[in-house]
Ligand binder design. Structure first.
Ligand code: GDP
Ligand code: MG
Length: 443
């Protein structure tokens, strides 16, 4: 099946890369392409607006590190914002001292039963005592299929022949495995019913009966945009705790993942990459977005960007070590650090601020002000930026007027700058280097 999301992204990226120059108009068009693609992929409109706004703002505001073409930098931003939406991969954390019940839901053919075999294998390898309940009472042959898979991995199956009531089976099965001292009980379910509402009702009833500790939604990675509808329908019936996307081994690129995480707010825990029992990978957003954008050389691009950024940092640090800190350096420093987290962390780590003992009210105030710092620095002439000593009261007045802030804000900025400069000089840049290191670690 054609994955509209992937094609849309690739077209947008190709158009961007193919255009002779990049200006505001190109960037806006690129963002519109992305927006259209996401909307056509049924991704929630708020998520789309959020992601597109961030891509546009960052693409317009951020200067690529020297040596990295602007186009590459924009592709990198696109990539980073996708990773942000997908979130970190989920980690399954199951206490060993009790029976953890895992309910697995999803439509017929999505890969539930196969995935349960994979999960059973993974968890028994981790030392859990696993039991599986055959809760698909709808499809003929479902029990046999489950038993065959589980026999291979040495995991016991609970089933009741000829019992059509799946709620009853689920209840009896969880009782049985508790008595057997299992600490992971996985419930397989049906994916088809006479009608969709019936299926969702049944899932809700099973969920109410066994009270799962965790519910996985299994989604076929080839379905693309339909993932959003499926994910939200299941999420309404049972609270989806995590997503497993299957069939990402073939031609599928799993664009539906963006839609599914957006629809449920749930993290993706695993992806299925084949029919065999070992074909289960922990979800890695970086690798996944690379696949989604379909660019084999994305990884290379990102590595190169990182190298160039580090090189720029080094140059910057060397200059600061010699005690020279221009306003441009100062701005770069703020923006560099801003990428890494909360303002509190930044202020605590940043020379010139650490002494200030920032309280929360203070933080809000500074956060408000920081928005204007960029504008103020940009309102300075290049010689002023190189040497802020040039800023006499008249020039300060001009900058305040030009950016619409009171003069004392410009003076405040200069004070901060001077503090940073003197700390930088005293520590010969060590402090900044240490700070960057610390921030990188926190990332
Ligand atoms: P269920 O109806 O949701 O229980 O789905 P099944 O587990 O029976 O799987 C349906 C089909 O998808 C089977 O033919 C599986 O072998 C296949 N399948 C499941 N997961 C994967 C996967 O990750 N990759 C591939 N290629 N096939 C898969
Ligand atoms: Mg099945």
């Amino acid at each position: 099946m054609l994955d509209r999301l992937r094609d849309g992204f690739q077209n947008a990226v190709n158009r961007l890369v193919g255009s002779p120059s990049i200006d505001e108009k190109e960037i806006k068009e690129f963002v519109k392409d992305i927006q259209r693609t996401l909307l056509a992929g049924d991704v929630d409109v708020h998520v789309v607006l959020d992601i597109c706004q961030k891509i546009e703002k960052r693409s317009l505001d951020e200067k690529p590190p020297p040596g990295l073409p602007r186009k590459d930098h924009i592709v990198k931003i696109l990539y980073e914002e996708f990773v942000r939406i997908l979130g970190e991969g989920g980690k399954l954390d199951l206490p060993t001292n009790r029976a953890n019940i895992i309910l697995v839901v999803g439509i017929q053919g999505s890969g539930k039963t196969t995935t349960i075999g994979k999960l059973g294998r993974l968890l028994s390898k981790r030392g859990y005592r696993v039991g599986v309940i055959a809760g698909d009472t709808f499809r003929p042959g479902a029990i046999t299929q489950l038993k065959t898979i589980c026999a291979d991995i040495n995991v016991p199956v609970f089933s009741i022949e000829n019992e059509k009531n799946s709620v009853k089976v689920a209840k009896a099965g969880s009782q049985y495995f508790r008595e057997q001292n299992a600490n992971v009980i996985i419930v397989d379910t049906a994916g088809r019913h006479k009608e969709e509402k019936g299926l969702l009702d049944e899932m809700k009833q099973i969920s109410d009966a066994v009270i799962p500790d965790f519910t996985f939604l299994v989604l076929d990675g080839t379905i693309g945009k339909a993932a959003f509808g499926q994910a939200s329908a299941f999420h309404k019936a049972v609270t989806v705790g995590g997503i497993i996307m299957t069939k990402l081994d073939g031609a599928a690129k799993g664009g539906g993942a963006l839609a599914a995480t957006a629809a449920t707010g749930a993290k993706i825990f695993f992806i299925g990459t084949g029919e065999r029992v070992d074909d289960l990978e922990s979800f890695n957003p970086t690798r996944f977005v690379g696949r989604l954008l379909g660019m084999g050389d994305l990884q290379t691009l990102l590595e190169r960007a990182r190298e160039l950024e580090t090189a720029a940092d080094e140059k910057h640090i060397k200059r600061m070590m010699s005690g020279k800190l221009t306003m441009n350096d100062f701005l770069l420093q703020i923006e560099q650090v801003k990428k890494f987290g909360s303002l509190r962390k930044i202020l605590e780590a940043m020379p010139g601020f650490s002494q200030a003992q920032v309280s929360s009210e203070n933080i809000e105030e500074v956060e408000g002000k920081m928005k204007y710092w960029r504008a103020m620095i940009q309102a300075m002439t290049p010689p002023e930026r190189d040497d802020p000593e040039l800023l006499n009261s008249q020039r300060i007045k001009r900058i305040a007027k030009g950016t619409g802030v009171p003069e004392r804000d410009v003076k405040d900025l200069l004070t901060r700058y001077k503090q940073a400069k003197s700390v930088m000089k005293a520590s010969k840049g060590r402090q900044f280097r240490a700070m960057m290191k610390q921030m990188n670690r926190q990332e």
